[in-house]
Ligand binder design. Structure first.
Ligand SMILES: [Zn+2]
Length: 441
């Protein structure tokens, strides 16, 4: 079982630490320091050792998140690695479960520092370069601390105009918007602007805010986006921040509180070939004229069918007409329907993501050959032409939130003007475009 051992990617390192008489903050800083030494050296050596003769040694052990894992999996392996000891990892988890939302990514590491009696003294998990979740053993039990390194925030202001024959993303890149943010910016713009109607010469202004730790980019957001088009008209998007940083209301809105979450529908199949459209037709089996409440897409049996938007599965079953069918209810009360499937991959109650595979094309029920019947019901439950549905509506801000948005809009307008008036610097090494930038306090 050599492979299993190697797969742990764990190393145990002898460390010393200042345990006697130090407070929690010192303990946390010490762990940070130990771990950063470990991280620095482990790239090349795999092991880092520091020795001091007069203090109690701690052993640092880490394990790495693998595909599809939650915190429990990593904790179980760490526990197994602390041979013979009661690692107290359950208590460590309890101390932070209300404060930490684990969104683990493959390759992230959980660190524990264990004393000579195999007791965990400290725990550390850092989801990014500036944030660490630390748990420390104290006389009164395990205590959780969020440790955040200071970041420098920088605003950058971009402006430009659409050009004949170039794509929106191409223009955004050309005016200096970093590649990592182009998709976000174009998503915000597309919520409000119908780009097939945008014309060369239409102008836009964008305000981005980026956070840096030392020289490392940590995160970025679109604070403000403005588009002024000859045909599409004038549009503005403002970034709203709820007091709760995890709130799903944190998104872009118009000045009056309409949400601008880009939630365009995905396609149910990768390749679309319409064999029968929505509306009246002669039924291929009965010969009667009747209304076809959906769109038929021809595709080979077994072709993967995708959810067109986020939602909850409300139907997953079989009947003699529709065959295997799935229906998904979306946030705005509408529902998408997928029929004649050869296989269903989700059950009633399942939450699905946009584009998620939910089943396979087939010819079950009343069907003359393999195809997907794709239907859409409005919030009142009546069939509508699925091709007329392009976006899932998002809620409007109201009450206290709307009042907060108004305050933030005023502040964003002020910031936008200040940043556009700030000194211009070259956008990057590969372009001559100048961008206005300002470091925030
Ligand atoms: Zn059909």
């Amino acid at each position: 079982m050599i492979f299993r051992k190697i797969a742990f990617f764990a190393i145990a390192v002898s460390f010393t630490a200042f345990l006697a008489g130090c407070n929690e903050d010192e303990k946390i800083m010490e762990l940070q320091r130990e771990v950063s030494i470990l991280e620095t050296r482990s790239d090349s050596l795999g092991v880092a050792v520091r020795t001091m003769s007069d203090v109690k040694p701690l052993t640092i052990i880490y394990d790495t998140v693998r595909a599809g894992e939650g915190p429990f999996h990593v904790f179980s392996r760490l526990k197994a690695m602390v041979e013979g000891g009661d690692a107290d990892l359950g208590k460590v988890y309890l101390a932070m479960q209300d404060s930490v939302e684990f969104k683990l990514r493959v390759g992230e590491k959980f660190y524990i520092a264990v004393d000579g009696d195999k007791h965990v003294q400290r725990f550390r998990y850092a989801p990014n370069v500036i944030t660490s979740h630390v748990v420390v053993r104290t006389d009164s039990g395990f205590v959780y601390k969020l440790v955040e390194k200071p970041v420098v925030k920088k605003q950058s202001a971009y402006e430009g105009a659409l050009e004949e024959g170039s794509t929106l993303n191409g223009i955004l890149l050309k005016v200096g918007i970093p590649r990592r943010m182009v998709g976000v910016v174009s998503g915000v713009l597309q919520c409000k602007v119908a780009f097939p109607l945008a014309r060369a010469g239409d102008r836009f202004r964008i305000l981005l805010e980026d956070s840096y730790y030392k020289d490392t980019w940590v995160s970025g957001k679109v604070v403000y986006a403005e588009f002024d088009g000859r045909i599409v008209g004038h549009h503005e998007a403002f970034r709203y921040e709820d007091p709760d940083p995890k709130s799903s209301y944190n998104a872009h809105y118009t000045e009056t509180g309409d949400a601008l979450v880009f939630d365009g529908l995905r396609y149910p199949l990768e390749h679309l070939r319409i064999t029968s459209s929505y509306g009246s037709r002669v039924h291929p089996i009965t010969g009667q004229v009747k209304v076809h409440y959906g769109v038929d897409y021809g595709a080979p049996t077994g072709t993967v069918v995708h959810a067109v938007a986020e939602g909850e599965v409300i139907v997953s079953g079989y009947d003699e007409f529709s065959g295997n069918k799935i229906a998904i209810r979306h946030r705005d009360g509408t529902s998408s329907w997928y029929m004649h499937l050869s296989a269903r991959g989700v059950g009633v109650g399942a939450k699905v993501a946009p584009g998620q595979a939910i089943g396979r094309v087939g010819s079950t029920g009343r069907s003359t050959g393999p195809h997907l019947h794709y239907g859409f019901k409005n919030a009142q439950g009546a069939w509508i032409n699925p091709l007329s549905k392009t976006m899932i509506a998002t809620p409007k801000l109201s009450g206290e939130r709307l009042a907060r948005l108004k305050t933030q809009v005023a502040e964003i307008r002020k910031q936008t003007e200040i940043t556009f008036a700030s000194p211009a610097v070259k956008a990057n090494d590969t372009t001559d475009v100048m961008v206005h930038t300002r470091v925030l306090q």
